[in-house]
Design a binder for this molecule. Structure first.
Ligand code: FES
Length: 237
């Protein structure tokens, strides 16, 4: 790194998850985190992932949150970057990070130059599936491009009820020590930002699945109400 300041990279969610409706909120949080990191002197690479082109908004907020933005979209032809140091990629977040690491996107070679190999910390916010993919890819396809001693933090979206830190236990999350395999349990509402390598994502998926019926019913009810009011013509997907 040129300036010896910590570099942080928050890869973002592809919105294909059980918590799809939280994606807008996630985006707001990510933008604020990036802006505050930059204000504190960090340099930020932001992998902003979307399922569809139409899903993107608050572009300026995201640009303010990062020295370099990689706009990632599952849907072709993807995005057109608005700044010279930014780039775009069609595919998923892990593929985009690998392409950036290889230098295929060009942005890490620009004046803003933040190679993936200089990143000290990853902040991973999004669906449990995306966070799990990044957790695993760091030890496989992304390994050649990352510092061996980088830190990775996931913003763990356990289902929550009271959010009063150790009262109702709705937010319990299993951790597993990567070295010893010893299991422990934490309250996610006490601290959502958890060591990515310790999180048992199988447990998280099972806990999130417990809300599946209520989420489907709520979605159907809102869809029915909007169609009855004439605010939506056809049933939502
Ligand atoms: S949500 Fe109730 S203790 Fe965490």
């Amino acid at each position: 790194m040129k300036d010896n300041k910590p570099v942080k990279s928050p890869p973002m969610q592809t919105e294909s998850s059980p918590e799809k409706n939280n994606s807008g909120l996630n985006r707001e949080i990510q933008a604020k985190i990036g802006q505050q990191l930059r204000a504190a002197g960090s340099r930020v690479v932001y992998f902003a992932g979307y399922k569809k082109i139409i899903d993107r908004y608050k572009v300026e907020e995201i640009e303010k949150a990062a020295d370099v933005v990689v706009w990632v979209c599952d849907e072709a032809p993807g995005f057109t970057p608005g700044r010279v140091q930014d780039s775009a990629f069609v595919g998923n977040i892990v593929e985009a990070m690998a392409a950036y690491g290889r230098g295929d996107l060009g942005s890490d070679l620009s004046d803003a130059g933040i190679p993936l190999s200089s990143v000290d910390r990853l902040i991973v916010i999004g669906s449990d599936g995306m966070m799990r993919a990044v957790q695993q890819a760091r030890h496989s396809v992304l390994r050649p491009y990352l510092k061996p001693d980088h830190q990775a933090i996931g913003s763990i979206n356990s289902p929550m009820q009271c959010m009063m830190k150790e009262i109702c236990a709705q937010c319990l999350q299993v951790h597993r020590d990567p070295a010893s395999g010893v299991e422990s349990v934490v309250f996610s509402c006490f601290n959502q930002d958890q060591d990515l390598d310790r999180v048992d994502f199988g447990n998280l998926r099972a806990r999130l699945g417990q809300n599946g019926v209520q989420e489907k019913l709520t979605r159907l009810w809102i869809d029915r109400s909007l169609r009855q009011l004439g605010l939506r013509q056809t049933a939502a997907e």
